[in-house]
Design a protein around this ligand. Structure first.
Ligand code: BV8
Length: 254
């Protein structure tokens, strides 16, 4: 069990009884956004030249946009899926997976990694206690029969669902604007018990994710922002380290 006095992710010394520090646990919740995957070559959304500066989210990331022009939406996600297949995790993804292993092996407390990202780079880096609150680009589902399946090839209106044998009902398994994010019960339950909340590479502009820091503060947690630059809710963080995630995250997680 590593010495509690080492620098690194917030560790609280417990009471000393009989000359021994009593083990305390630190429940950790991490929230990642597009910035954690930026150095893996996947675009962010609101930076200069970001995805939403080239494409209209209301046309491509809403149910209404999909109903109006499903082929444009399929083309948008097929292109992003192709980008993802060429991408690999960067040191930030690996540092978060290593932190989870240390948290588990040293029984430091609960660990949950919530990502707003729909890429699978956290999985590729070895993260396990992972929740995709905005869905996953390598999964799709049929709106006719509910069949959910993993795939790397393109979606189209002509593609036949393997669940019901019909075409025309498939959509990406991602959460669009106006749709309910996934796993909120589990997320709010973890935030209510968390001692340490770390937001990595997110602009803090999309809700309900941008409100998680407030939930963590209400639970008395220490809050850390690790991002290239301050996000919209940066003022709510007790600790902030700005710079590229591939440097800042391994430095902080060490
Ligand atoms: C909801 C999946 C009800 C798809 C995404 C009007 C109508 C309907 C809804 C609303 C409305 N007005 C407001 C809302 C709510 C809406 C919302 O928040 N809108 C915003 C725009 C105001 N939210 C919703 O609709 C959500 N659902 O509200 O349901 C509800 C919910 C709960 C309880 C009751 C009711 C659903 C939102 C999900 C939308 N889907 N993605 C897809 O990917 O195509 S959101 C999209 O933005 C991304 O997926 C991403 O997850 C999200 C947040 O973006 P970030 O990840 O933060 O990325 P961004 O580019 O913004 O920032 C990048 C950051 O990284 C920057 O800070 C940058 O500095 C940093 N960075 C860059 N490079 C690096 C770096 N950091 C480190 N290193 C680097 N190298």
């Amino acid at each position: 069990f590593r010495d509690l006095r080492e620098p690194g992710p917030c560790r609280r010394l417990g009471p000393v009884q009989g000359g021994r520090v009593q083990r305390v646990t630190t429940n950790l919740v991490i929230l990642t956004g597009a910035g954690v995957s930026a150095e893996s070559g996947l675009g962010t959304f609101r930076d200069t030249g970001g995805i939403w500066s080239k494409f209209d989210p209301m046309k491509l990331a809403t149910p209404e946009g999909f109903a109006a022009d499903p082929e444009a939406v399929h083309a948008f996600y097929n292109a992003r899926r192709d980008n993802l297949l060429a991408a690999t995790p960067n040191p930030a993804h690996h540092a978060l997976a290593e932190l989870e292993r240390a948290w588990r092996e040293e029984r430091r407390g609960d660990f949950l990694l919530v990502t707003q990202n729909i890429d699978n780079l956290h999985e590729q880096a070895g993260s396990e206690a992972l929740l995709h609150m905005h869905g996953e680009l390598l999964k799709s589902r049929c709106e006719r029969c509910g069949h959910l399946f993993e795939h790397t090839d393109a979606l189209s209106l002509e593609r036949v669902c393997e669940g019901c044998g019909k075409a025309g009902g498939l959509r990406p398994h991602v959460v669009w604007f106006g749709e309910m994010p996934l796993g909120l019960d589990r997320i709010y339950e973890a935030l209510a018990r968390c001692d340490l909340f770390v937001a990595v590479g997110t602009s803090g502009t999309v809700y309900p994710a941008a409100g998680f820091v407030q939930e963590a503060l209400s639970a008395g947690a220490h809050t850390v922002e690790l991002s290239l630059e301050p996000g919209e809710v940066s003022a709510l963080f007790a600790e902030r380290h700005h710079g590229p995630a591939s440097r800042v995250v391994p430095e902080w997680a060490r």
